[in-house]
Write a protein that binds this ligand. Structure first.
Ligand SMILES: [Zn+2]
Length: 437
């Protein structure tokens, strides 16, 4: 018998790789944070002596969901201003509130709230963009979650930095500080084409090449963004970024809504990734991302929630369902983005976009044990002909029962183990009183 830390047996295991595989009555052996083996439960019981055996007889085990785009700390501005177009929302509400309140403490408290919410929705890794990334890093570590922190760059002064160069320098210092943390990675995060200068993009391209890290940017979100770029630079944002050398396999283009066929071709040829945020796009009336066309051309596409101020949930289960439905409605093709593809978008595709597909995104021996269990015994999930279809079209985040990151159990039958929910809620209420007394 081989001694291991944990054996998790489940009614179904959907490893995501190889695609389409659904295993029944299987177990996942976990040791030292890694998946050791995926095998039939009866065989596992004879082969492994587990310090802890978790039996999930009415559950499906899948890889942890990856939120490919968020601003975690914005949970503290959830519902502050709704039902407004993007620029009115940003300049009339979000930016003024951020100017008054954003601090290291604000970002830590908001990010920890976000981590708790995301864990309870089956999210094990998030790709973040916000001020004070070092505070989000500390919150992710406190929650024991995996995170890609954005080294934010924005030209106008903020409570975080006077200009883009200072902001990048501070982010690079944070990357040095947290360099030894295996759960954390850092990406360059120029906010958007309309808030970042050519000179700053040139520095970002050089840094991304030197450090071999992703570039995470909002791109082609609104018609106004494109019109402004045409006025100022004589070309659309994507072409401007191409001229500046920003496009390539390191780039994660968030939203990517307004794209010509030539631009989709350009994204495909340069190996760019897309983070699709369907709820945010609908709520801000930004438009419909051409997700089916992106897939048809081979552009790797994942899913993000965006921030809680523009969604207003960090609910990847809802986002996956919406992505699958919206792709059909927007393309007029009911076969667009089938359930298995929607699930792949939020696991292996997102891992690939982050450059982490050797470590996470599927349940394969040797990968880190970032896993979630979804319970399927409820009346609402009965009967079950196709477990993948149920995950995408039937289940909600309340069905997520267990979550592991790096082999460590963080959510046990819907209870957060390391996070004090009462304390987080009390802090969020204090911030509400400060933001809008
Ligand atoms: Zn965003």
């Amino acid at each position: 018998m081989q001694t291991i830390d944990t054996l998790i047996s489940a009614q179904w295991v959907v490893p995501i790789e190889p695609a389409g595989l659904v295993l029944e009555d299987h177990a996942v052996a976990v040791h030292l944070g890694k998946v050791v083996e995926v095998l039939p439960e009866s065989v596992a019981r004879e082969k492994f002596a587990a310090r802890r055996h978790i039996a999930l007889p009415q559950h499906v085990l899948i890889p942890g969901l990856i939120n490919l785009h968020t601003h975690a700390a914005m949970t503290l501005m959830r519902g502050l201003a709704d039902d407004l177009p993007l620029m009115t929302w940003l300049s009339g509400h979000v930016w003024p509130a951020e100017g008054r309140h954003v601090s290291d403490e604000f970002v830590y408290d908001g990010s920890l709230l976000a981590c708790a919410e995301m864990l309870r929705a089956g999210v094990t890794c998030f790709n973040d963009m916000y001020f004070f990334p070092e505070a989000t890093a500390r919150a992710a570590l406190a929650a024991r979650m995996r995170a890609m922190l954005g080294i934010i760059a924005i030209e106008f002064p903020s409570a975080y930095a006077a200009d883009a160069d200072t902001s990048i320098n501070k982010g690079l210092a944070a990357r040095d500080t947290f360099g030894g943390e295996s759960l954390l990675g850092f990406a360059l995060a120029p906010h958007a084409p309309y808030t970042v200068s050519d000179r700053t993009f040139e520095r970002i391209v050089t840094l991304a090449r030197e450090l071999d890290i992703p570039i995470h940017i909002h791109l082609h979100e609104t018609h106004e963004e494109i019109a402004q770029s045409e006025r100022e630079y004589g070309m659309r944002p994507l072409l401007r970024l191409d001229h500046l050398g920003v496009l390539g396999p390191n780039l994660i283009a968030v939203h990517a809504i307004h794209l010509t066929p030539q631009e989709i071709e350009l994204l495909a040829q340069t190996g760019c990734h897309v983070a699709h945020c369907p709820a945010s796009n609908l709520k801000l009336a930004s438009g419909f991302a051409p997700v089916k066309a992106l897939f048809d051309k081979g552009v790797n596409t994942g899913i993000g929630t965006d921030g809680a101020a523009s969604n207003n949930r960090l609910d990847m289960m809802a986002e996956i369902r919406l992505a699958a439905l919206l792709a059909k409605g927007a393309s007029g093709d009911a076969a667009a983005i089938p359930a298995a593809q929607a699930l792949a978008m939020s696991t292996i595709n997102a891992a690939r976009a982050l450059g982490l597909d050797e470590q996470i995104g599927s349940i394969i021996a040797g990968k880190r044990a970032d896993l979630i269990a979804i319970e399927l015994s409820q009346l609402e999930a009965t009967p079950c002909f196709d477990v993948v279809s149920h995950i995408v079209y039937v289940c909600s985040r309340e069905n997520v029962s267990h979550v592991w990151v790096d082999g460590e159990l963080l959510l046990d039958d819907r209870t957060l183990i390391h996070i004090d929910e009462q304390e987080i809620k009390a802090k969020a209420r204090l911030w509400k009183a400060r933001i809008k007394p």
